[in-house]
Design a protein around this ligand. Structure first.
Ligand code: C2E
Ligand code: CA
Ligand code: CA
Length: 825
């Protein structure tokens, strides 16, 4: 499952990023292309709009420009008229003046004739203009159009509105030298209407004349109109742009097509054309979409959009337009061009997009592959690390559960196996044996042959143990030289004993280690399910107890757990528990057994003996609790108590005497570092000088640990204490070492005193001891003197001091004081 997931993950890592990147890039391309397409459509619309606007703007500008020009020209009419007639008059005046100057010697009439001849036929303003001359008092001198009035006075001549034209003009000219003058007059071809005329006159002084001329304003205006229309007709904007002008009636005044000029547009073309003309004629200033009557070459559709401006005074409609076909063609061209550009852009985009997609996807794929391969490498590394780790873990587990030296399971697997065995045995109604095996004197093997040999021996033994085991059976190294067997499914004691034999058989063989032949033996404690318990812990501890007991009894022994042993164990536990608090609770006391001088019968000293009375246990023998205290490390405390208490009490009862105090010193107490200090302190504190104190040390201790004990005894001796060898005779060793120790006293064990009268062996031993002591100047104490006969024999043999029930039982301090305080001084 996990592998599939990993593979999928790997595939995902390899392809997903590339696919995603590719897809996104493609999406981007599609979006970009769509954007371009949409954009181009909008662009086209905008283009159309913009084009229309621009065209309209151009049209507006063009038409406005033309209208401006028209207005300007119109406004110039009168000015132009005035300028023209003035300059004409100046010319005429010049001519007259020159002619006069060159002919003034002639009579006035002759000069007049010369001048009038010169001026009479001059025409201007399209033939309308001519000069006239009057004397200022009204006499006409020259009138080219009405020669009959020449020589007559027109002093009273009035215009249609009643102004005295000649009179007024003459007065003004004479007064100012020259003057413009206006009046109203009918036209020769139109007598029904009055037209404004402008005249100009200049005073010709030599003959009191004024030379004048005049013209109808309307005629000049017409001239200007023609000029303007001609200009408009030739006006071109771009290729097709032209301006047309209609008057208020629809008459075409100016047009690119000259043939149309003068025709009324309302009469040309079909109804749709006329409709357009009407629209034009109705507009003051606006765009008109209409069907034109004319189209320039290359344009087939006459529909057009024109901007029309009304010339307010002349009521002209000035217009310029653009043909739909032209603008459409332009837009179409632009559209095609845009589309082409767009096609190119899209193609370019797609190309770039595809290439980008490919590159990006490829790159992404490469990166992903790289990452995936890394991932794979890491994975395989992790896997190998894991298997390494697993191996290490297995190894550690094995190490944790097995003993390194023998390769046997260690105690941690023990419970499990015993439990399993119990289950099996229970279901079969069978028994199970837990056997606690301890090698005897294994310490000696280590001491004699070295630790590595010891280890090899253990390993060999382990192998041999394993060799005889049945499938369901089990052996573990419990620690040190201890092994525990578990034999399940046993039917009877005989089968159990067979198993014991198998174990013992191992030790019947010899072991060859480092080319040395070694023998080993073991003690075995056995506990049984269900009789002794049904819990592994219980069975193990019971097997341990009987092992301990069997060892104490005899090494190499096998002991089965039973209820007496159990009771003993319970008692031992109680004893131990109670002993631990005994000093604090004041349950301990010291009694004193006197020693007397064999010769004089006088008290020589006392031996202090510890007593323990416990509410539960009653009186406990020191033989019992001293051993226990040694085992549980309480002996130093007890020893100190005895020293303190006995020194104190004896000094109290026998102050300043030389009565000796013998104190039993346990071997463990002796080797304790603080022992000498304790001893000196008690001695000093209770004024018991060292020479009054005898230290009783058992023979066994001395022999067992001579190298360690000798310097201590030497020190004690030097400090002035008396050294006594207690229980003398019970040790197996020769007496040779005695000479090496600074002993003062030998205390013959009471076994020999007890037997000396009946056993020749004991008797001779007592004699021998006394002989040795006498030769090495040692004092001899006989303890356990119970009869007169014993006393007599000991005195006979020359024993120094006697101690025993026959002499005196151990006494409390009070009794001792009562009995002996007087006999000691
Ligand atoms: P031990 O040092 O050999 O002490 C002499 C033992 O013999 C004492 O027993 C004493 O009561 C007993 N005894 C004396 N005269 C006779 C007699 O005529 N007949 C018989 N059958 N017994 C006699 P106790 O007091 O029970 O002490 C037993 C042992 O306990 C002592 O043997 C000694 O080894 C140890 N012990 C007693 N008190 C102390 C002590 O304060 N410190 C140490 N380390 N050991 C002590
Ligand atoms: Ca003693
Ligand atoms: Ca003794």
């Amino acid at each position: 499952m996990a592998e599939i997931t990993d593979k999928k993950l790997l595939k995902l890592i390899t392809y997903a990023p590339a696919s995603i990147v590719g897809a996104f890039t493609l999406l981007w391309v599609v979006l970009a292309v769509t954007d371009v397409l949409m954009g181009s459509h909008e662009k086209l619309l905008a283009l159309k709009e913009e084009y229309q606007q621009r065209e309209n703007q151009i049209l507006t500008k063009q038409v406005e420009y033309v209208a401006q020009q028209v207005k300007f020209a119109r406004e110039q009419t009168e000015q132009q008229l005035e300028d023209t007639i003035q300059s004409r008059i100046y010319e005429a005046h010049n001519i007259a003046t020159r002619l006069y100057e060159s002919n003034k010697h002639l009579p006035e009439a002759e000069v007049t004739k010369i001048i009038t001849d010169a001026l009479r036929d001059i025409r201007f303003n399209n033939g309308r203009g001519y000069f006239f001359i009057y004397k200022t008092e009204g006499l006409n001198v020259m009138h080219p159009l009405l020669p009959r009035v020449e020589g007559t006075s027109l002093w009273d001549f009035k215009d249609v509105r009643g102004s005295y034209i000649v009179r007024e003009m003459g007065e003004q000219v004479k007064a100012n030298g020259e003057a413009f003058y206006r009046w109203w007059f009918v036209k020769p071809d139109n007598k029904n209407k009055e037209f404004e005329k402008i005249g100009f006159g200049k005073y010709f002084e030599p003959y009191d004349w004024f030379i004048g001329t005049g013209d109808y304003v309307v005629d000049v205006e017409d001239d200007i109109k023609q000029t303007v229309l001609a200009w408009i007709k030739n006006l071109r904007f771009g290729q097709f742009g032209y301006v047309f002008v209609l008057d208020a009636d629809g008459t075409i005044l100016s047009h690119i097509d000259s043939s149309l000029i003068g025709q009324n547009a309302l009469t040309l073309g079909s109804e749709i054309n006329i409709e357009g003309v009407r629209d034009i004629l109705q507009s003051d200033q606006q765009f008109v979409h209409h069907q034109a009557i004319y189209a320039p070459p290359g344009v087939s559709d006459f529909a057009k959009s024109s901007y029309i401006l009304k010339e307010p005074k002349w009521e002209w409609r000035i217009g310029s337009g653009i043909y739909d076909e032209n603008s459409q063609r332009f837009i179409l061209e632009r559209q095609q061009k845009t589309e082409e550009e767009q096609r190119k852009a899209v193609a370019q985009m797609i190309t770039i997009g595809v290439i980008t997609t490919l590159i990006v996807a490829l790159f992404s794929l490469m990166m992903s592959k790289l990452i995936a391969s890394r991932f794979e490498r890491f994975q395989s590394k992790i896997n190998s690390d894991f298997s390494q780790l697993q191996k290490t873990k297995d190894k550690l587990e094995h190490m944790a559960l097995h003993d390194e030296l023998t390769g046997l399971p260690n105690r941690s697997l023990l419970h499990e196996h015993i439990n399993a065995g119990i289950e099996r045995s229970r279901s079969q109604c069978q028994q199970l044996a837990v056997m606690f095996v301890d090698l005897d004197d294994f310490k000696k093997v280590n001491d004699l042959y070295g630790h590595s040999a010891g280890d090899r021996l253990l390993s060999e033994i382990g192998k041999k143990f394993e060799a005889f085991l049945q499938p369901d059976e089990f052996v573990a190294r419990f620690g040190g030289d201890e092994f525990i067997f578990c034999f399940p499914e046993l039917n009877n004691l005989a089968e159990t004993e067979k198993k014991v034999e198998l174990i013992k058989d191992v030790f019947k063989q010899q072991f060859v280690i480092d080319n040395k032949v070694l023998y080993a033996s073991c003690s075995i404690g056995v506990s049984m399910f269900p009789t002794d318990g049904d819990e592994p812990e219980d069975l193990i501890s019971k097997a341990d107890i009987v092992l301990y007991k069997s060892k104490a009894r005899q090494k190499g022994d096998v002991l089965f757990f039973d209820s007496t042993i159990n009771q003993q164990v319970q008692y031992d536990f109680l004893l131990e528990r109670e002993l631990r608090g005994a000093i604090e609770r004041g349950e301990l006391s010291v009694v004193y057994q006197p020693q007397i001088n064999a010769k004089t019968g006088k008290i020589y000293g006392v031996e202090s003996l510890l007593r323990w009375h416990n509410p539960q246990l009653g009186h406990v023998s020191p033989l019992e609790f001293i051993t226990l205290a040694e085992e549980i490390g309480l002996i130093s405390e007890l020893g100190e108590f005895v020293l303190e208490r006995s020194c104190e009490e004896i000094n109290k009862i026998f102050p300043d005497s030389d009565l000796a105090l013998s104190v039993n010193i346990s071997p463990m107490q002796l080797v304790n570092e603080s022992f000498v200090t304790q001893l000196l302190s008690a001695s000093a504190k209770h004024a018991m000088p060292p020479n009054r104190i005898t230290l009783e040390i058992t023979e066994n201790v001395l022999i067992n640990d001579l190298p360690k004990v000798t310097p201590i005894i030497n020190q004690l001796k030097e400090l002035g204490f008396t050294i006594s060898l207690d229980d003398f005779g019970t040790g197996y060793s020769s007496l040779s070492y005695l000479s090496n120790l600074p002993l003062d006293e030998l205390k013959i064990d009471r076994i020999f005193i007890d037997k000396m009268l009946n056993s020749e062996q004991s008797n001779s031993l007592v004699k021998a001891i006394l002989a040795i002591a006498q030769s090495s100047e040692m004092r001899v104490v006989a303890e356990g003197v119970e009869t007169q006969a014993q006393k007599d024999r000991l005195i006979e043999y020359g024993c120094d001091l006697l101690q025993g029930y026959f002499i005196e039982r151990p006494l409390s301090a009070n009794l001792l004081a009562q009995k002996y305080s007087n006999s000691v001084q």
